[in-house]
Write a protein that binds this ligand. Structure first.
Ligand code: GLN
Length: 309
């Protein structure tokens, strides 16, 4: 396929947003975090950030949303920078085939979570980053990383969302305590979960999120925050584990590494080409953005950006 001009890309994004505005089956907004239950399911936004920094968007691209589990990508990059391959003693690298907040597999596998993108795995990653640091330092480092990646100091954590999740974090507390029982948690569960819910409460627009993902594109012009080998590996984990028990389906339909969050956002990397963020709050039963996935399928069909050609 011939290279697309920014105008071609803009036309594709406009066409996708117009079509998604008409969609009737929008999925269901997450309600288990009370603060997220009020988000308008009619919202839709998509943004593409190119290696040279050009960012194109359509829809509600100026409306911030809770990135939730997409934060796990940024925290993983920080953890790998801090611990390197030692991290893999505490968390696996296999797709789970189970729900994002499942406790079942953790019991079978003696407190070692399958991968860093299911909740248990992300909680272990946050616990690892906390070693020798206070929660506020870890959150400050995360904000610094994301702001640097996006080139945008306005990015912040929504404290109301964090408090709302903290008040109802029984399942995540159970996962943390279960790992503690197996010696796979170094800090008190409440401290780790307190940090984790704040990381998940990072708030961004699709434009900010697409820009923040450019460090994973691995092309000249992109911010160089991690090594090339690490970019390759984080992308591999996003492709195989980024959508929980529909990671295979996302790979089949979109053919690009992606990480979803229950706020309805998805960060997708087209290696060497672009970082893409999409947001539609309605979710599938597996907790992934229904229209966000459809929009990505559409974008890839029109751009030919799948890593599989
Ligand atoms: N903070 C959310 C939770 O732990 C993140 C889950 C998600 O986005 N899939 O439940």
């Amino acid at each position: 396929m011939a290279a697309l001009s920014p105008d071609d890309l803009q036309a594709i994004l406009t066409e996708i947003a117009a079509s998604m505005a008409e969609a009737e089956d929008r999925g269901t907004v997450a309600t288990y975090i009370p603060e997220l239950a009020d988000v308008d399911p009619a919202r839709f936004a998509i943004a593409v950030a190119l290696p040279d920094g050009t960012t194109l968007s359509a829809g509600d691209a100026d409306v911030p949303f809770s990135i939730q589990s997409i934060s796990k990508v940024f925290m993983l990059a920080i953890a790998l920078g801090r611990l390197g391959d030692q991290l893999w003693a505490r968390v696996g690298r296999e797709p789970s085939g189970h729900a994002f907040n499942s406790i079942l597999q953790l019991e079978h596998e003696n407190g070692i979570p399958r991968n860093p993108f299911v909740n248990a795995g992300a909680i272990a990653v946050t616990d690892a980053v906390l070693a020798g640091h206070q929660p506020r330092d870890v959150l400050a480092e995360l904000l610094h990383f994301v702001r640097l990646a996006a080139g945008d100091d306005a990015i912040h954590i929504d404290k109301a969302v964090a408090a709302s999740e903290q008040a109802t974090a029984h399942r995540n507390m159970a996962l943390a305590e279960f790992m503690a029982a197996h010696g796979n948690l170094r800090h008190p569960a409440a401290l780790v979960i307190g940090t984790y819910v704040h990381q998940c409460a990072l708030e961004m627009t699709v434009t900010q999120l697409a820009r923040a993902g450019r460090f994973l594109v691995g092309a000249p012009g992109c911010p160089k925050l991690v090594s090339t080998a690490r970019i390759r590996r984080i992308n591999a984990l996003m492709l195989t584990c980024g959508h929980y028990d529909s990671s295979g389906d996302f790979a089949y339909r979109v053919g690009l590494p992606g990480k979803s969050g229950v706020g309805g956002g998805i960060l997708v990397i087209a290696p060497g080409r672009a970082s893409i963020a999409v947001w539609s709050p309605g979710l599938t039963a597996q907790g992934n953005s229904r229209l966000g996935t459809e929009a990505m399928e559409w974008l890839v069909r029109r751009t030919g950006w799948s890593v599989f050609g």
